[in-house]
Design a protein around this ligand. Structure first.
Ligand SMILES: C[S@@+](CC[C@H](N)C(=O)[O-])C[C@H]1O[C@@H](n2cnc3c(N)ncnc32)[C@H](O)[C@@H]1O
Length: 340
């Protein structure tokens, strides 16, 4: 999925830094996992991974992809589960339109002006989400299968949403992609014999874990993640929240990040670096983030073992050269240090 600050294009640099700067690294925490691409790349390289994000939909993606070691078999079903879900209609279920939260709140109808989804797709999202929960409650799905299906749903939704990448606002005219029927695709699962764990907690709760390396890719600026992905969070939780405002935002007081505020970002980084019990720490950031390069480097130097601290800077344009208005002078950074 396209994700703000996603590292799909930086994977080689991350792996290369781990290879060149460290020894005997077998276990890695991806503590701000977002779209899960870094965790998946580490899993593919044979690391034992702990993936974490405080947003539930991000956890769902990780748990349903990175967190699965072999393709689920859906042993309790004698039909193709994804195909069945892709063709689900109201007539196939006992659910009513009143239960369809996405249809009732994010698709135009007599009670709603919001234009996030065409009616058919909104209802489909609801029916699929409700069906997955029904199967889980009936004991028909293993935990892996449950999250695999939820991840397939979360990954499919942006392709039919009337947005320009994030869910902070919807377009006033229907984009042509919204006319395509929602289609779940099989999430690609990398097989591994290593233990993979997924968590959904605040980063502070995992700093005492003793892994070989902790990879930290926190938010860079004041743009919070939840408002930009609020509908994915609601689909993942399906908790019928009380919505607010023109865009139908769910409440998110508990999901504001200390990395997104000028007055908390320094102490947030100090906690990350000081309390990190893993042997190595690798931080992704950029040179226009809320904390300046000098301040972050100083924190790293203060807590680094010996002179282990390194700062690698990469020209943003070098790996995002397909984006027309990329910013000159913007650099992606990797801060590396040994902690103990
Ligand atoms: C820059 S993104 C990570 C992108 C990810 N590396 C990728 O490639 O997709 C930052 C992530 O940090 C998460 N986050 C922010 N504050 C957090 C906190 N206090 N604890 C855990 N996760 C947090 C956000 O939800 C967001 O997904």
């Amino acid at each position: 999925m396209r994700y703000i600050g996603g590292k799909a294009l930086l994977l080689d640099a991350i792996i290369e830094t781990i290879n060149s700067e460290t020894e005997n690294v077998h276990t890695v925490i991806d503590i701000f996992s977002g779209s899960g691409v870094v965790g998946n790349a580490l899993k593919a390289k044979g690391y034992r991974v702990l993936s974490n994000d405080f947003l539930y939909f991000s956890y769902v993606i990780a748990r349903g992809t990175v967190g699965i070691s072999t393709e689920p078999s859906f042993a309790n079903f004698h039909f193709d589960v994804l195909d069945y879900l892709n063709h689900l209609t109201l007539q196939d279920t006992e659910h009513t339109i009143d239960q369809c939260f996405i249809y009732n709140n994010y698709s135009p109808n007599e009670n709603c002006n919001r234009m996030y989804f065409q009616n058919e797709n909104a209802i489909k999202i609801d029916l699929i989400r409700l069906q997955i929960e029904d199967w889980k409650n009936a004991g028909l799905l293993t935990e892996d299968e449950y999250f695999y299906l939820l991840a397939a749903l979360i990954n499919a939704v942006p392709y039919v949403a009337n947005i320009t990448g994030v869910f902070g606002a919807y377009l006033k005219f229907w984009d042509k992609r919204t006319y395509h029927p929602l289609k779940l695709e099989k999430p690609s699962i990398i097989t591994t014999d290593k233990q993979i764990l997924c968590r959904n907690v605040d980063y502070k709760q995992l700093l005492t874990e003793k892994y070989d390396l902790l990879y930290a890719d926190p938010p860079y600026n004041s743009r919070e993640y939840l408002p930009n992905y609020h509908i994915l969070e609601t689909i993942a939780k399906y908790d019928y929240p009380q919505l607010q405002g023109v865009t139908g935002m769910r409440p998110y007081e508990n999901q504001k990040s200390v990395f997104c505020r000028k007055n908390t970002v320094h102490s947030a980084f100090e906690t990350l670096i000081k309390d990190c019990q893993s042997r190595y720490l690798l931080i992704s950031y950029n040179n226009e983030g809320l904390i300046g390069t000098e301040d972050l480097s100083e924190l790293c130097r203060e807590y680094a073992v010996g002179d282990s601290f390194r700062l690698v800077e990469m020209d943003y344009r070098r790996y995002k050269n397909k984006i027309p208005n990329n910013k000159a002078g913007l650099k992606e950074q990797l801060y590396f240090l040994r902690r103990n």
